[in-house]
Design a protein around this ligand. Sequence first.
Ligand code: UT7
Length: 312
Amino acid sequence: MPAPWGLKLTGVGAALPEKVLTNQDLTAWMDTTDEWIRERTGIAERRIGGSTSGLATQAAQRALSDAGVDAQSIDQVILATTSPDHVCPGTAPAVARELGLDCGAFDVQAACSGWVYGLVVANGLLLQGLERILVIGAESLDRITDYHDRGTGILFGNGAGAAVVERDDTGTGQLLGWDLGSNGNYVHILYADHGDVLQMDGKEVFRQAVQVIQRSAKATMEQAGVEADDIDLVIPHQANIRIVESAWKKLGFSMDKTAMVLERTGNTSAASIPLALDDALVNGRIEPGDLVMFLGFGAGMTWASALVRWNA
Ligand code: UT7
């Protein structure tokens, strides 16, 4: 159900580690080519290095500065990640510590759908009376990626994106619809065991992703009572450009109204949607009142979509 009051994203920030790993770099030790990777995935380069908590903190500080608010005004820290600093504890408390906070802080582990899960959870916490929440997506996937495996090593990179999410008493900003889903029968198509690297059946992930994207987007649009044409910008999980293009054909979305940063970030799992959101805002692609659809999908399988009317 849409919230009876507003939700607004008042500040957004991103962080990428400095070290760039290009397709060309990979060809030094992998049987692949720049051309193949670009054609089959849409990726030209990805970033490596840094830590999940470090990148998350940097993105959060930039989001706070963009919102023009002090860290002390944050009521909760939600960190979506599939590559936490430690198996235990979660990474969110360390991020809260770095920001000088002792409020509630917890990780969301829903793989590439995690940031959208976090946004929907934040909406629920705002309904419970909280005022201002940091929703961060951050990954250091280089820790669980084998860059010698051409099935996975071409895809993944590090990064973080964060948003300050607040109650909007004017009611202009709204979460108009959302959908969260999972199918645990597909755990085996993309997973990493303790201490091991990501294992993936790329073809099956591709096939399933195209299906669940459509299902989730349709559920959210139906709940919000909108059609594909009404949506001003779609911000999908940045996994493979061909996954997006295949799903878009069936959904009636256009690439012109899609935010993509995949080419220069690779797949940054839970960080990819807020990274693309930051890029869209920096490039002036979102206006007050716009309908913005976030669309995540990934390991689990999990999927998540949320339709937001952008605040003034
Ligand atoms: O957040 C979700 C994360 N996961 C994903 O999004 C993964 C989704 N899946 C994919 O992105 C694609 O399945 C891959 C990019 C991983 C693979 O692309 P594909 O088009 O499914 O390739 P394929 O596995 O069907 O392989 C096609 C050909 C094969 O050669 P032959 O048998 O046709 O001669 C592979 O051996 O391409 C070869 N190949 C490569 N060649 C150069 C596979 N990987 C590579 C490579 N470089 N990296």
